[in-house]
Write a protein that binds this ligand. Structure first.
Ligand SMILES: *[C@@H]1O[C@H](CO)[C@@H](O)[C@H](O)[C@H]1NC(C)=O
Ligand SMILES: *[C@@H]1O[C@H](CO)[C@@H](O)[C@H](O)[C@H]1NC(C)=O
Ligand SMILES: *[C@@H]1O[C@H](CO)[C@@H](O)[C@H](O)[C@H]1NC(C)=O
Ligand SMILES: *[C@@H]1O[C@H](CO)[C@@H](O)[C@H](O)[C@H]1NC(C)=O
Ligand SMILES: *[C@@H]1O[C@H](CO)[C@@H](O)[C@H](O)[C@H]1NC(C)=O
Ligand SMILES: *[C@@H]1O[C@H](CO)[C@@H](O)[C@H](O)[C@H]1NC(C)=O
Ligand SMILES: *[C@@H]1O[C@H](CO)[C@@H](O)[C@H](O)[C@H]1NC(C)=O
Ligand SMILES: *[C@@H]1O[C@H](CO)[C@@H](O)[C@H](O)[C@H]1NC(C)=O
Ligand SMILES: *[C@@H]1O[C@H](CO)[C@@H](O)[C@H](O)[C@H]1NC(C)=O
Ligand SMILES: *[C@@H]1O[C@H](CO)[C@@H](O)[C@H](O)[C@H]1NC(C)=O
Ligand SMILES: *[C@@H]1O[C@H](CO)[C@@H](O)[C@H](O)[C@H]1NC(C)=O
Ligand SMILES: *[C@@H]1O[C@H](CO)[C@@H](O)[C@H](O)[C@H]1NC(C)=O
Length: 327
């Protein structure tokens, strides 16, 4: 009697250990992409003689030895390794998301895992209604969409940096729409929309804008020495898109020279006075001007000076009247 009990103890222990074999299901991917093949393996590896797989409350297949019975819902696309118990589902769809349960009677074990299947992102498209915009006067709207892909999230790139929301920059409709209020000359892009979900991502082709502005930030640069007999060039610059057209005036009188460069040869003291450059942008239909006072001195006299004056109203009116197509 005593002896029999002694050898039975290890058997009981072994049975207890077997009953509580702890296995986990290891999916080949989770979240998984629709269209892929999904394999659910057991870890640590076990050796089984019978078992079943179910998703939710619906049975996928059962097996005893090497006899496998699969159920109509998964016929032809579910297979099992009858020794390791690994289940393979081919060409999974979003509908295959759920809790997968594996059960075995020999040895006794049960495990489950929750699988989520996402449709991969395809064809990220960026839609805009206009690409020619006027600075501070236009609302820029871009809409991003995907032809397929479950629960896409969107982010926007301006060049290579991510667009952040602000008073001026609004991200709406779950970030799929980008609105820029009072667009500025610096908002030319290129902008790219990136759509992603846990299994994939994709980018739109880049979109740039032509933003017309100016002229503004005008400046005059004088090159050459300010002495009688020397040659001078006066360069007019402006920020403008498209580039500004320039006209020149001296003491309010139009000078027969156009273009950004005014050339003065063999200058005399009489040529001292206010020089003005007027810039005109034929897309914004705006003009702007800058005036510098240039003083020519005879050689050997004191340091020459260049003063900036405000252009007279007369000069502006005169210039505007001289422009074709204005008024
Ligand atoms: C899925 O498995 C089938 C057959 O085993 C194979 O032909 C197919 O290429 C696999 N698909 C993917 C996406 O791996
Ligand atoms: C999955 O397993 C956990 C712990 O093992 C258990 O609490 C849970 O009820 C199981 N879920 C299903 C659906 O079997
Ligand atoms: C473009 O214009 C159409 C019709 O006016 C409008 O329905 C659409 O939302 C606009 N798209 C964008 C990106 O502004
Ligand atoms: C946008 O501007 C460019 C150049 O200024 C011009 O060629 C094009 O026709 C304009 N497009 C539209 C839709 O106005
Ligand atoms: C856009 O410009 C208008 C007029 O200049 C101004 O009233 C408005 O506050 C500006 N909006 C933003 C968001 O800067
Ligand atoms: C939109 O983008 C911002 C970051 O710019 C992020 O914090 C937010 O969660 C996003 N919202 C959605 C609905 O994806
Ligand atoms: C885009 O980037 C430029 C700088 O490269 C910045 O000045 C401008 O404000 C940005 N625009 C938006 C809408 O993020
Ligand atoms: C997009 O997917 C690629 C791999 O396909 C990955 O390397 C990259 O980090 C992903 N980017 C984002 C923003 O999710
Ligand atoms: C001014 O320009 C003229 C013609 O280009 C040249 O002949 C002359 O030498 C120049 N004078 C000076 C002082 O550079
Ligand atoms: C301006 O110069 C051009 C050629 O340089 C000449 O044909 C034209 O008559 C000049 N106009 C005036 C008003 O001097
Ligand atoms: C420069 O002007 C002066 C006086 O106006 C004249 O005497 C001289 O010949 C001119 N020089 C040249 C190179 O044209
Ligand atoms: C604007 O000026 C440019 C030259 O700077 C010219 O090529 C273009 O035809 C002009 N456009 C209009 C609409 O006047």
């Amino acid at each position: 009697m005593e002896k029999k009990r002694e050898w039975m103890l290890p058997v009981v222990l072994l049975t207890l250990i077997q009953a509580s074999v702890a296995v986990e299901i290891q999916p080949s991917a989770n979240p998984a992409a629709a269209g892929d093949n999904l394999t659910l393996s057991l870890s640590p590896p076990v050796s089984l003689t019978a078992g079943s797989w179910a998703v939710g409350s619906s049975l996928i297949l059962t097996w005893v030895g090497d006899q496998v019975a699969d159920f109509a819902t998964h016929r032809g696309r579910a297979s099992v390794n009858v020794v390791s118990g690994a289940l393979t589902l081919s060409s999974i769809t979003v509908a295959d998301s759920g809790v997968y349960v594996m059960q075995s009677s020999n040895p006794t074990l049960k495990a489950n895992t929750s699988i989520t299947v996402f449709e991969p992102i395809l064809n990220v498209r960026l839609e805009v209604n206009q690409t020619n915009l006027t600075e501070l006067n236009s609302l820029l709207v871009m809409k991003c969409s995907v032809s397929s892909g479950s629960s896409p999230s969107f982010l926007w790139l301006n060049g290579s940096s991510e667009v952040r929301g602000s008073d001026r920059v609004q991200l709406t409709d779950g970030n799929s729409t980008l609105n820029i209020v009072n667009v500025t000359r610096y908002d030319h892009g290129p902008f790219t929309c990136v759509a992603s979900n846990p299994v994939s991502n994709g980018s739109s082709s880049p979109q740039s804008f032509n933003i017309v502005y100016g002229p503004d930030h005008m400046a005059l640069t004088v090159n050459g020495s300010l002495f009688v007999g020397s040659n001078l060039t006066v360069l007019c610059s402006a920020q403008s898109n498209p580039p500004a057209q320039f006209e020149w005036a001296f003491r309010g009188e139009s000078v027969n020279q156009t273009g950004p460069l005014l050339e003065l040869y063999n200058v005399t003291e009489d040529q001292s006075g206010p020089y003005s450059c007027v810039g005109f942008n034929n897309h914004t239909n705006r003009n702007n001007s800058v005036t510098s006072h240039i003083t020519i001195t005879s050689a050997g006299s004191t340091q020459p000076t260049v003063n900036t004056w405000l252009v007279s109203l007369l000069l502006l009116v005169r210039f505007l009247l001289s422009l074709p197509g204005v008024f």
